[in-house]
Design a protein around this ligand. Structure first.
Ligand SMILES: [Fe+2]
Length: 187
């Protein structure tokens, strides 16, 4: 990823959303809440409140940075790879679908690999602006920030050199534990 891209999304985007959100919720009841709770409360079942955009963009950017590591890329292994093979046919098919979602998201937004709770499988999604899987009812496993410029090269660099499949694997474990916890609590 180029220095310009990193500085733009870290120094301008992410920082701007944090500062704006902090100003926006200061002194309101949202001020005491966790970022996830602010996102769910301000999404307001689709009747979106002003703080949603900033809160979700902060979360999305954080999740995006944590989807990468130096010397990333390569292939996942273990259970993650088994589920990818089960749900997409092959790792290469997942990559193709993820690239397609990232390159066809109109305007700015995000492409995601998620664990869909209802369908009980891994799914690729794209979302516009700040919308994220937390409000769509699935567990996010991986994301890439997509916007106008130089998309094909940027997407390939992300997948070939930066993506942390370890992070995706541990998110999958956490998602499964959470789903199990909820179904046990329901019994
Ligand atoms: Fe960004």
């Amino acid at each position: 990823m180029s220095k310009e891209t990193l500085e733009y999304h870290w120094g301008k985007h992410h920082r701007g959303y944090v500062n704006n959100l902090n100003k926006q919720i200061e002194g309101t009841e949202l001020d005491e809440k966790s970022l996830e709770s602010i996102i769910l409360a301000s999404y307001n079942n689709g009747d979106i409140l002003p703080s949603f955009n900033n809160a979700a963009q902060v979360w999305n950017h954080e999740f995006f940075w944590e989807s990468m590591k130096p010397g990333g890329g390569g292939k996942p292994s273990g259970e993650l790879l088994e589920l990818i093979n089960r749900d997409f046919g092959s790792f290469e098919a997942l990559i193709q679908e993820f690239k397609l979602a990232a390159s066809t998201q109109f305007g700015s937004g995000w492409a995601w690999l998620v664990n869909d709770i209802d369908e009980k499988k891994l799914v690729v999604l794209k979302s516009s602006n700040a919308i994220n899987p937390l409000v769509l009812g699935s567990y996010p496993l991986l994301t890439i920030d997509v916007w106008e410029n130089l998309r094909p090269d940027y997407i390939s660099t992300f997948l070939d050199k930066l993506v942390s499949w370890d992070a995706v694997s541990s998110r999958l474990k956490a998602a499964k534990a959470s789903i199990e916890g909820k179904s046990n609590a329901g019994n």
